[in-house]
Design a protein around this ligand. Structure first.
Ligand SMILES: *Cc1c(COP(=O)(O)O)cnc(C)c1O
Length: 418
């Protein structure tokens, strides 16, 4: 085996199987086995696998041209997706900078904020970045710098920049830090309403609204990482809508192509964009990637936005609520689990009693119990969660929820009577 898997100790590793095809929420392996995609193929699948509208949009674009440099030249898929994103995002977020994935969308956003503040105030004036405990913004060095210091980043701590870290979902703490050192802060970066990778940790919309207000009052820029939450995962097209917040910069990826092709986008306002306009080349945003604005990915993005309208995808997610509600009620009566919760298209529960953290072995037990029931999960340490493609019919989601509940039960072993 020479394919090196992400986030994986390869010693002793063997894959579940080799994928032959995928349809809707189901992945079929070469041995004929079918698995329910309980993690939406790493949190990104929206309309189900192999959706015919996305297949034909990408095929059509492939027949015209697959990739042409998006510098000097423009192309229709990038222009159309720019328009589509500007129309879908709140406020005056309309300048779209394309890249390749979530990490690069975040990196571009951080660099954009940093350079804009430098242009406004001079070098070294606003030299701090504020982020949140337990954050995850990607695996490149800049993105790791503004994320949690944990098992994933431990080997690289000497390479990471110092940042100001504020407790999650604590509006007062954020307001205090911004009141005290706000005039030194270039940017505040946050995941909106839920921290994904650190364990599906929810935040009250009011907290995000207060963080946004305090950031603005301090004259800092608010960078919101909607890489996971964007495109419907929390039941609205973007999470910030639920808090009435318009960021200065927003990072998008994952669901942007409906989960079909890699693409990142960093979107900002005219106020930020205009700080880069000058007679000097070096005042521009001198950043880019070779596949910037890939036409196939942009075509998928345009088609995916269309499907949100024609298939009323968000209405479908809303039908899952009673199913999730039932699981939460079941777990609320079980002392072996904690914080059963759901929001939009995410159902999660903490399996307590172990050491906690990403290496907590209970996660691997839940995963293997689920796999034995044809459900593919990737628990985050003790946090078991379900995150199906957003177009999955409610009956199939109900099936997956039942299997998840059984898997958590089975992983814990027989319940002891007090
Ligand atoms: C997945 C994720 C990223 C990183 O995206 P990649 O495409 O894996 O580089 C960044 N931020 C959040 C919130 C994510 O969930």
């Amino acid at each position: 085996m020479a394919t090196w898997h992400p986030f994986t100790q390869m010693q002793g590793f063997s894959p579940i199987g080799v994928v032959r095809s995928a349809q809707g929420a189901w992945v079929e392996l070469e041995d004929g086995r079918r698995l329910f995609d309980g993690v939406a193929s790493w949190w990104l699948n929206v309309h189900g696998h192999s959706h015919p509208a996305l297949v034909s949009a990408v095929s059509r674009q492939m027949g015209a041209f697959a990739q042409v440099v998006l510098a000097d030249l423009d192309h229709r898929p990038a222009l159309d997706l720019t328009d589509g994103l500007a129309a879908a995002l709140p406020g005056d977020l309309r300048h779209v900078f394309f890249s390749d994935d979530g990490s690069t969308a975040v990196e571009a956003g951080l660099k954009m904020a940093w350079q804009a503040q430098r242009a406004r105030h001079g070098a070294g004036v606003r030299d701090r970045i504020v982020c949140f405990d337990g954050a995850y913004h990607g695996d490149t060095l800049g993105a790791m710098s503004v994320g949690a210091r944990d098992v994933f980043t431990a080997p690289f701590h000497d390479l990471l920049r110092e940042v100001v870290c504020v407790p999650w979902d604590d509006a007062e703490a954020a307001e205090r830090v911004l009141a005290e050192q706000g005039d030194r802060v270039a940017a505040v970066i946050t995941e909106p309403l839920v921290q994904g990778a650190s364990g599906m940790r929810f935040q009250a919309p009011e907290t995000l609204a207060r963080v946004a207000r305090a950031t603005r009052d301090a004259g800092a820029l608010l960078v919101v990482d909607e890489v996971m939450t964007g495109f419907g995962r929390l039941g609205t097209l973007f999470a910030v809508e639920q808090a009435g917040v318009v960021p200065d910069i927003v990072a998008l990826s994952k669901g942007i192509t409906g989960g079909t092709l890699p693409l990142g986008a960093t979107v900002t306002t005219p106020a930020v964009y205009e700080t880069f306009l000058s007679d000097r080349v070096e005042d521009g945003f001198l950043h880019g990637h070779s596949y910037t604005g890939n036409p196939l990915a942009c075509a998928a993005g345009v088609a995916s936005l269309g499907l949100f309208e024609t298939e009323r995808t968000l209405d479908n997610v809303a039908t899952w609520a009673p199913v999730f509600e039932q699981a939460v009620a079941h777990w609320a009566a079980d002392p072996r689990v904690a914080r059963p919760r759901y929001r939009g298209g995410i159902l999660a529960v903490d399996v307590v009693g172990g050491p906690g953290g990403y290496l907590d072995p209970i996660g691997r037990r839940v995963k293997s119990e689920a796999l034995a029931r044809d459900l593919h999960l990737r628990p985050l340490g003790p946090v078991a969660f379900l995150m199906p493609p957003l177009a999955t019919p409610r009956e199939e989601v109900a099936w997956a929820v039942e299997r998840l509940v059984e898997s958590v039960d089975a992983a814990l072993g027989p319940r002891s009577t007090p």
